[in-house]
Design a protein around this ligand. Structure first.
Ligand code: PLP
Length: 391
């Protein structure tokens, strides 16, 4: 038998396990100190009331044979796919429920979607970015080309006309930099993808954090994007679903490659590889898209963005170059040494945990990510410590 030897090419040092080891060593050496984590991008606020009410109602339905549900549609219940279409409609994007696939969060579909593309494609991946894109393409045996994000391009790399790519990853708002592509920039990407017969995988996991009305929250707001983009989104950060697990993937009917509909291929994939997401969870997700649901989740988003503001104001006072935090829950700043050294330095001096930029790719080295998902009291104390230590 043959194992997938591509797995042997993966970097064994998974970012978050290295960080955990360092934290444990620090705790053991300094048991009296209080660590504040502004590291991992997990939410801290509970689910919105409108969501938990819907979840409770759905559980009650499961108690009676008249309303009990067994297997659902692999693509997701129509009520939720219609609710997602309604959400897109508010953004000026018209989608059909057949184009929506309910997922258990963006993570799974970002990995699984590669099933419908043959190996040996060239994936174009920004650096720095969410590290999973590199790992899943390595597992799939694809060639990887990198595009540089840096201070000069505001961490928003644009296409190089001399480079061919088959699958392009765009993450906007970006994790870890918080940078958001403008409509004009996304138009250039759509043109490039169409010219190269490429498919863009657009990760919009943080779209709901965009506050600037001029910035796009879906790439389908760009003309002809439906011919070249699969958009993958999640309720993890939008509505605190990191533990509840639900999101959606959009595969438009116009997306044809090799003469085949990618929507049909993905439907075939889902019908074989999943029996869908729990009915109860989908009822909770549906509640997010109601008028009251959107209002309640925006209140939580404002809370996180307020934390981000506190962080950026502190960095500004210290004259530290930084970006992000206005339309994203991450603040990205330049540190005065290689980013893993800075991680150790910050932990030792302030007992604060952030994420070394190097963990997001080569171009992240020398930078650092702070997450705004913490409790505001913790952020306040952390910023006092940072200001005092004058990093
Ligand atoms: N995409 C990006 C850019 C992320 O930052 C994350 C998680 O942090 C994910 C996708 C995966 O999130 P989930 O699987 O919880 O939807």
């Amino acid at each position: 038998m043959n194992i997938n030897t591509n797995y042997l090419k993966l970097n064994n040092n998974y970012l978050f396990s290295v960080i955990e080891q360092k934290i444990n060593a620090h705790k053991a050496a300094n048991p009296e100190r209080t660590i504040i984590s502004l590291g991992v991008g997990d939410v801290t606020l509970p689910l919105a009331p409108v969501v938990t009410e819907a979840l409770h109602r759905a559980v009650t339905e499961m108690e009676s044979s008249a309303t009990f549900r067994g297997y659902g549609n692999e693509q997701g219940y129509l009520f939720l796919r219609e609710a997602v279409c309604g959400y897109y409609s508010k953004k000026g994007v018209e989608l059909h429920p057949d184009e929506i696939f309910i997922n258990d969060g963006a993570g799974s579909d970002l990995g699984n979607i590669l099933d419908i593309f043959f190996d040996k494609n060239t994936a174009l991946i920004p650096t720095p970015v969410y590290p999973a894109y590199v790992d899943i393409n390595t597992m799939a045996g694809n060639d990887i080309a990198y595009m540089d994000g840096n201070i000069k391009n505001n961490f928003l790399p644009m296409p190089d006309k001399n480079l061919h790519a088959d699958i392009i990853y765009l993450c906007s708002p970006n994790n870890p930099t918080g940078a958001v592509y403008t409509k004009k920039q996304l138009k250039t990407w759509v043109e490039y993808a169409l010219e190269n017969d490429a498919v863009i995988i657009f990760d919009s996991a943080y779209e709901s954090f965009v506050q600037d009305n001029e910035l796009p929250t879906s790439i389908y707001q760009i003309d002809r994007a439906k011919e070249c983009v699969i958009e993958i989104c999640s309720l993890s950060k939008t509505a605190g679903f990191t533990g509840t697990r639900c999101g959606y993937t959009v595969v438009p009917q116009e997306l044809i490659r090799g003469g085949e509909s990618l929507n049909k291929l993905w439907l075939r994939n889902r019908a074989t590889k999943t029996n869908g997401i729990s009915y109860i969870i989908q009822r909770g997700a549906e509640a997010v898209f109601t008028e009251e649901g959107l209002k309640q989740v925006q209140e939580n988003i404002k809370y996180y963005l307020n934390n981000a503001k506190h962080i950026t104001e502190t960095l500004k006072k210290l004259n530290i170059w930084h970006t992000g935090g206005e339309n994203a829950p991450y603040v990205w700043f330049k540190c005065p040494m290689p980013s893993w050294d800075f991680f150790d330095y910050l932990l030792e001096k302030t007992d604060i945990i952030g994420i070394p930029g190097a963990g997001f790719g080569e171009n992240g080295n020398g930078f650092f990510r702070l997450s705004a998902f913490g409790k505001s009291e913790d952020v306040r104390i952390a910023m006092e410590r940072i200001a005092r230590c004058k990093i």
